[in-house]
Design a protein around this ligand. Sequence first.
Ligand code: C2E
Ligand code: CA
Ligand code: CA
Length: 577
Amino acid sequence: MRASSPAVPNDPRHAAPAASPDGYMEAVGDVAFRLDPSGLIHHASQRAQRTFGAQTLAGAVLTTLAVDVDQAALRNALVDAGTASDPILVEVRLRCAGKDVWFELRIGLLAGSHELLAVGRDMSAQRATEQRLRHMATHDALTELPNRLLLSDRIRMVIASARRSGQGFCVATIGLDGFKKVNDGLGHPVGDAVLRQAASRLRKTLRDSDTLARVGGDEFVAVLPGTFTPDQIKLVSGRLLAALQSPFEVDGHTVYLGASVGVSIYPDHAEDEIRLIALADAAMGRAKETGKGRAVVYSVRENGMPQHDISLEAAMFQAVREGEFLLYYQPIVSSRTRQIEGFETLMRWKHPTLGMVPPVRFIPIAETNGLINLLGAWALKAALVQLRQFEEVAKRDLYISVNISPRQFRNDRFLNVLDDALDFSGAPGDKLVLEITEGTLMVDPVHAEAILTKMAERNARIAIDDFGTGYSSLAYLKRFPISVLKIDRAFIKDLPASTKDAAICNAVLDLAKHLDLSVVAEGVETEEQLTYVESRGCDYVQGYLTGKPMPAHVAMAALKENLYTELLPDELRAGLT
Ligand code: C2E
Ligand code: CA
Ligand code: CA
């Protein structure tokens, strides 16, 4: 339960309750009470009366309707509301006919009286959506096992406890041998059924304290706390192999598979989750190369150390000096009119011999060596300058969206970089959208809140990038001044056929509507996808259908002619990647 004063003073959702007769109380919220600051209820709306069942509410004390642990927060909120000029918001669980239900209560003084008005909204549906989103973001849809995101989290937890106890553990990567043949020969539905059975068999060989995740098509990872001696490892990996050796029966087919297992040990081989998984993977590769159907424990001598791409890193420093980095721009369009409303800035590296190096290869390296601060500052400045040119050609308002990486966001100098870019370009802050991921916010929410508030003071808008792939939480959406959600491509690509993805998109759109956020659907590639998201109330789309990332001169040609980019002449389209 959180008590806070409203974040957006002029937002009508936070307006003070007007003085009004009890009839008004029937029209607002799911429950409404007129009461005094001690919590004594003078009058309750009929809906409240129905919600709480038979007891008469007038004369009861509101705090006693809350579950024990939430009573203090509610009491404090009532006292605060008695003196505050703005209404107080508090989230508490109230006992309704034997069930605990989350309510958001907005409590304010009735004008010209000492009485309070408390209006409550039932949050169950929103909480359920939040929980569903979080589950979908952290679990594999096919097997319901944890996915890579949750796996990393679990390993970090096991590392923390191993540090305290001094007891090691191991990570095992399990790859099905010959799975591709099943998929190719018998079709995906049979393949899916085999994967589900394999997941359940593997799960059964493990203890409750072990984690089993699915990390790729036919790959699983097990984290085994307390298992680290050669004997223990031999026992467990033997069981994992055996579990997948007996045949799978699906739709009258008998499928024989097997598995290869690779193991890495904490702290002997590595002390962080990324390397532990990478080394277990390398060991599994070795198991596959040396005959399959076996388990291999990582060994430095046999596997060598997987290394960071040092040559690429050296080339990057050179590239900065030589000016090999470029910016491309991808249109963000209105889903209804398809008019270009803004552009997302996407970085490109044009290497003289390697050609276009994609950002997924160089951004992570730039993150580790700090070059991202330099590149990011340049991108922000250049994009804002470019925006002015775009607007001149289009003769109307546009906006520009720029990706901010976690390291940039954490950097002390980031606000200076932002101010410098705004000053240099002369562009007003409200033309700028800064894209960050949920992960960036969640690492240090207190710092994040401070920085985001400063960004909002400059009128820059904040977009949550790749929404749905992190820990979706409504709590942070309310806490931080966020304006835009970008639904990740993963949830768009199988629309409209995939009912699961449709459910998640609808949940996000509902949520956004409720919180007054705009939504961009990413990676829209087909007319069907565009029609679908538009019909569900998604205002903006960005994807290959309405324009690939393109150099600035191509973008300007599109703006000048007010053309949809797919209608661009061939010589200009040739510039697109
Ligand atoms: P992102 O921010 O999610 O950017 C969207 C990515 O989706 C872009 O990939 C874009 O080309 C691609 N995309 C857009 N529409 C479609 C579509 O319809 N189908 C498909 N298959 N893909 C589509 P790109 O340019 O390769 O960038 C990859 C990632 O690199 C970006 O993901 C972003 O996280 C990062 N990145 C790019 N530029 C910058 C930058 O200037 N700064 C930082 N920090 N990160 C950047
Ligand atoms: Ca982005
Ligand atoms: Ca994205």
